[in-house]
Unconditional design. Structure first.
Length: 652
């Protein structure tokens, strides 16, 4: 047999007396009845079906998305001849297990793998997984069609963007083809009815539509495979097509639109697209939510787009991607050309208007140290980000520059393989475990300092950001007593805590949790309630424990003692009773959230007015008097408190 013959050419059956049967998989797991439409697989189907006379040669079976037992999925889909898998971190191991079962049952079947989890350098992947016949790299629509057209001979030597092992074990890999410039040659799977059978099959799902208006990203952040996947130049889908898709979303009652553009707002027309999406909701009542990743360095347009979306109640907060404020880290991850001034300008504008905006920061970037991360995080808070900072671990994506051996060596990147789990979902005792590669050290950040970074982030999330359990008292200790944020959180993290047994136990728990993650255990915690157990992120796990009235009382009493200890170490104090009242008000707010009931509370200081002014970046003045704060439960407690107050005099 020739070395150039593809795998399985000896066992491949002749062309059947019917169209080839094609089964596409894009496996995911519904979360609280929300399920993603399998957009990537749908694009492949729509492109093939859009070719001349394709219906005579190819028949697509129903798209498969549910993560059933492998044997059950195989039973439902085994009649196909060609099996295509869209592989992501949450489904790659399941997809490989399913492909292995398919090959055992039907050795002549063709298995095709594509998607972000298929490595560009795929030789080791193919040798480790003989159940994979061919890998597709880059934009898959045209490549997938060419693979189908090669049947039954499977002559892949003129097809770009594929890799495989031939029957003699020789590795073949072809460069990606030029990117598709005219994206409208790809028929819309939404408009072509590709997803209609799926939506009819699962009428109870709340569907989340993935949606592209462009492809491409002009940035090359090393931790991200977006730029490497589509290179730099931004290509666009036609406006008429996009408007028709938005109409389809509205008519089909699609609840959530998740825009996949790397930089929505980079084009002037994105303002018009935003207006059309808002008008679509007004006409049809859907979609309810519209999420976008804002463009970098386009301050005014991004502000206008995000403000329109917020004002239309199609999002409750604005995303401001930051990742780091450390120059060495930004240089190492190739983000030095993304302006931090843009972020600060947007943050301040949204803060003044009372618009909730959250920031993203990454832990474990090359060039970052524990001190630089801690100082950077506190700087972001000091500059007015009191709403939410998403503090993410860094994971290795196989096709990002971060993953390449040269980059790993240059930056001393250390990783550990940990289980992948879906947060907030019941434990499913997964038949096939998924995995992810977590960065736990670099040449600038030792493993012990990574643990410190992880623990510091948890303390900030638990006390200050997520449910704002102690944000108001910490405000007072910082703004009135002058204690730096870093000193406050680091005392929680590693101080010798007195008269605070619950917080001391939490201190030990978080230290141990960081260590277990470093050693390869699950990053989440198992939370059991009644007969149900599910995975929770650490911050959710701790806060869920505070729901208990007895623990809640001890938690707030201990926090009061810790803050008093911090003030004593700083040789300062707050006006009499203020810290106690601020802690009581914080507890009342949290308890209101837990019980979904209102409250009324008397204070000797205008604590709520000061709190709200700081949140909005406004001037404030502390006053004493008779203040009564009333909360009538109608939703999140932090925005529904009214003041019935009689100020007496400023506090010195």
């Amino acid at each position: 047999m020739s070395q150039l013959s593809p795998t399985l050419s000896e066992t491949t059956a002749a062309k059947p007396d019917r169209p080839w049967l094609i089964q596409l998989y894009q496996i995911s797991q519904a979360r609280h009845k929300h399920q993603y439409i399998p957009y990537s697989a749908g694009l492949l189907q729509a492109y093939v079906q859009g070719q001349p006379d394709a219906w005579q040669r190819y028949t697509f079976l129903a798209l498969h998305i549910d993560r059933l037992p492998v044997s059950e999925t195989l039973k439902q889909t085994q009649i196909a001849d060609i099996f295509g898998f869209s592989a992501y971190v949450w489904n790659i191991e399941y997809s490989l297990a399913l492909a292995k079962s398919i090959k055992a049952l039907k050795p002549e079947a063709l298995t095709i793998f594509g998607g972000p989890q298929v490595p560009d350098r795929s030789e080791a992947f193919l040798r480790a997984n003989p159940q994979v016949d061919v890998c597709v790299h880059g934009e898959g629509e045209q490549i997938f069609y060419q693979l189908l057209e090669s049947l039954p001979d499977k002559n892949w030597h003129e097809i770009p963007g594929v890799s495989w092992l031939d029957a003699d074990g020789k590795y073949h890999s072809h460069q990606r083809p030029p990117r598709i410039k005219d994206l409208d040659i790809i028929p819309s799977p939404y408009l072509q009815g590709v997803f209609s059978p799926l939506i009819q099959k699962f009428p109870d799902y709340q569907w989340v539509a993935l949606w592209e208006t462009t492809r491409g990203c002009p940035f090359s952040c090393t931790y991200c495979d977006w730029g490497s996947a589509v290179q730099a130049k931004v290509h666009r889908f036609g406006t008429e097509r996009l408007e028709a898709e938005m109409d389809w979303f509205g008519k089909s009652k699609i609840n959530i639109i998740n825009c996949c553009d790397a930089n929505f707002g980079i084009l002037p027309r994105d303002l018009e697209i935003t207006d059309y999406m808002i008008a679509t909701r007004a006409r049809f009542g859907n979609p309810h939510l519209f999420f976008v990743q804002g463009a970098k360095n386009v301050t005014e347009r991004i502000y206008l787009i995000q403000k329109k979306i917020i004002d239309a109640n199609m999002s409750d907060m604005v995303t401001l991607a930051l990742q780091s404020v450390t120059p060495q880290a930004l240089k190492a991850i190739r983000r030095e050309n993304i302006s931090l001034d843009t972020y600060r300008t947007l943050q301040q504008r949204f803060q003044k208007e009372g618009v909730a905006a959250y920031s993203d920061m990454l832990m474990g970037l090359p060039g970052e140290t524990y001190d630089s991360f801690a100082d950077g995080l506190m700087k972001v808070i000091d500059e007015g980000q009191h709403h939410l900072i998403q503090l993410f671990n860094v994971y290795i994506l196989p096709n990002a520059e971060f993953a390449q051996p040269e980059y790993r060596k240059a930056h001393g990147i250390e990783t550990v393989r940990i289980p992948y789990s879906e947060p907030h979902l019941s434990l499913d005792n997964m038949e096939v475990q998924e995995w992810q590669e977590l960065v736990i050290g670099t040449s600038s950040l030792s493993r012990s300092d990574w643990r410190k970074t992880r623990v510091l982030a948890w303390w900030v999330e638990i006390l200050y950001l997520y449910r704002k359990l102690m944000q108001l008292p910490i405000f007072l200790v910082h703004f009135l007593a002058g204690v730096p944020y870093r000193e406050i959180f680091e005392f929680y993290m590693q101080g010798d805590l007195l008269n605070a047994p619950l917080i001391s136990e939490l201190q030990k728990f978080l230290d141990n949790k960081a260590l277990t993650i470093e050693n390869g255990e699950n990053e989440y915690c198992i939370f059991t309630q009644g007969e149900e157990s599910h995975w929770l992120p650490v911050k959710d796990f701790i806060i869920a424990g505070v729901y208990s009235p007895a623990i809640q009382q001890a938690f707030y009493q201990d926090n009061l003692q810790v803050l008093k200890q911090i003030l004593a170490r700083h040789q300062t104090e707050l006006p009499e009773g203020m810290l106690e009242q601020a802690t009581q008000l914080s507890q009342a707010l949290f308890q209101s959230f837990v019980s979904q009931q209102g409250f009324a509370m008397n204070c000797s200081y205008n604590l709520w007015e000061v709190y709200q002014a700081i949140l909005k970046g406004e001037d404030w003045k502390l006053e004493s008097g008779m203040y009564r704060y009333v909360h009538d439960w109608m939703g999140p407690p932090f925005y529904e408190v009214r003041s019935e107050s009689r100020p007496l005099q400023p506090v010195a």
